[in-house]
Design a protein around this ligand. Structure first.
Ligand SMILES: Nc1nc2c(ncn2[C@@H]2O[C@H](COP(=O)(O)OP(=O)(O)OP(=O)(O)O)[C@@H](O)[C@H]2O)c(=O)[nH]1
Ligand SMILES: [Mg+2]
Length: 347
């Protein structure tokens, strides 16, 4: 996973470490200078002969300790910006990393021997800050909402083919395994075979799918699913919706109606992590239209770039709930920023 981004980060750490390792000219040992005449007689105590000065770092320390300047870091980013962009890291995230690294590295003495460790740690902290946009513990949330006597309602939305229906099936399995009782809502009444696709997963997992006919009102399907859950002791409604482009006014209006009528607890945007730089625009537009609460990044298993994870959650400042890691029901991982950073920066 993320082989491309890992390589780029490794290269970046190496390049910045080299900047630390360059011995600056002024650290060449200077010729010893004669002590200035003080006019004091021989034998007088040392302390009275010369004013005390702060000890200067020795030659050895000067060549083993160095620091990066803000300028070094700016220059590094100017020279390597395209590497980050090729890994699908959006411009504003690159700017954030640049600022964050300046704060963490510029003017801090670093031992040459430990430069790459020090820089790698700073990169890790900066990436974590970008992706750590809060945490939603879904299993606990479902229990908490259940205590109020109503089911937790989650609406999954996103671009065509981003992985919404498959993600719903995986999330259903994840919740079933924790003892929850989900019900599915076939809210995609638009695309051919979408209802059967969701029903197929429901049958496999032993979960009820609430459905209407094709062309019917998606908001009404979700409404009925909530009523079904309340009447049948189910504590979670997982609602599918049709895939749509954020530019499609009619379909976006339909989505707004689903949200308005049903006031879901979580609006979950499913983003295909392979989408590249357009993922940011999708996330921004869906967020502006309906207010996204959390993100699922799908198809991580086939994604070498990985930068879209940083880009999407940093841009809309919303947490990543899960990573989709394959096509099986178990191929879903709750997102953990620490693990993500560790995976990126360790060999
Ligand atoms: N490798 C991989 N494939 C995935 C993942 N999630 C979904 N897919 C595949 O992506 C394709 C589209 O998935 P769907 O769940 O139908 O996507 P959708 O967003 O519901 O599509 P529409 O309803 O047409 O908008 C399917 O072939 C899935 O098996 C994932 O995490 N990894
Ligand atoms: Mg679908």
């Amino acid at each position: 996973m993320f082989g491309f981004l890992r390589k780029k980060l490794k290269k970046s750490v190496e390049k910045l470490s080299h900047k630390v390792e360059e011995v600056p000219k002024e650290t060449e040992p200077k010729k010893p200078q004669k002590a200035p005449k003080t006019g004091l007689k021989k034998g007088m105590p040392e302390t009275r002969r010369e004013p005390k000065e702060r000890p200067k770092p020795g030659f050895l320390e000067r060549i083993t300790r160095r620091e990066l300047s803000k300028n070094d870091i700016d220059k590094f980013f100017e020279e390597n910006e395209s590497d980050f962009m090729q890994a699908n890291i959006a411009v504003e995230v690159v700017d954030f990393l640049r600022q964050s690294l300046k704060e963490k590295l510029a003017g801090r003495p670093v031992k040459r021997m430990h430069a790459s460790e020090f820089i790698s740690q700073a990169f890790g902290e900066a990436i974590k800050e970008a992706v750590d946009q809060g945490k939603i513990d879904l299993r606990n949330l479902a229990s908490d909402v259940g205590k109020k006597g109503k089911p937790l309602c989650m609406v999954f939305l996103g671009f065509n083919g981003s992985g919404k229906t498959t993600t719903i099936a995986k999330v259903a399995k994840y919740l079933l395994d924790a003892g929850h009782k989900p019900v599915l809502a076939a809210g995609d009444t638009f695309r051919a075979a979408s209802i059967e696709q969701l029903e197929f997963h429901g049958e496999k997992l032993g979960i009820k799918t609430v459905k209407h006919s094709y062309g019917s009102d998606s908001a009404a399907v979700v409404f009925d699913a909530i009523k079904y859950a309340e009447a049948n002791g189910c504590n979670i409604v997982l609602a599918d919706t049709a895939g749509r482009m954020h530019t499609d006014r009619n379909l976006m209006d339909e989505l707004k109606k689903v949200i308005r009528v049903n006031s879901p607890d979580l609006k979950v945007l499913v983003v295909d992590s392979l989408t590249g730089n357009d993922a940011v625009e999708q996330a921004r537009q869906f967020n502006d239209a309906v207010g996204v609460d959390a993100v699922v990044m799908s198809k991580i298993d086939v994604n070498e770039k990985g930068g879209s994870i940083l880009s999407v959650c940093y841009t809309i400042k919303k947490p990543i709930l899960f990573l989709g890691t394959g096509q099986g029901y178990g191929d879903i991982e709750p997102f953990n920023p620490d693990k993500f950073v560790k995976d990126l920066l360790t060999d």
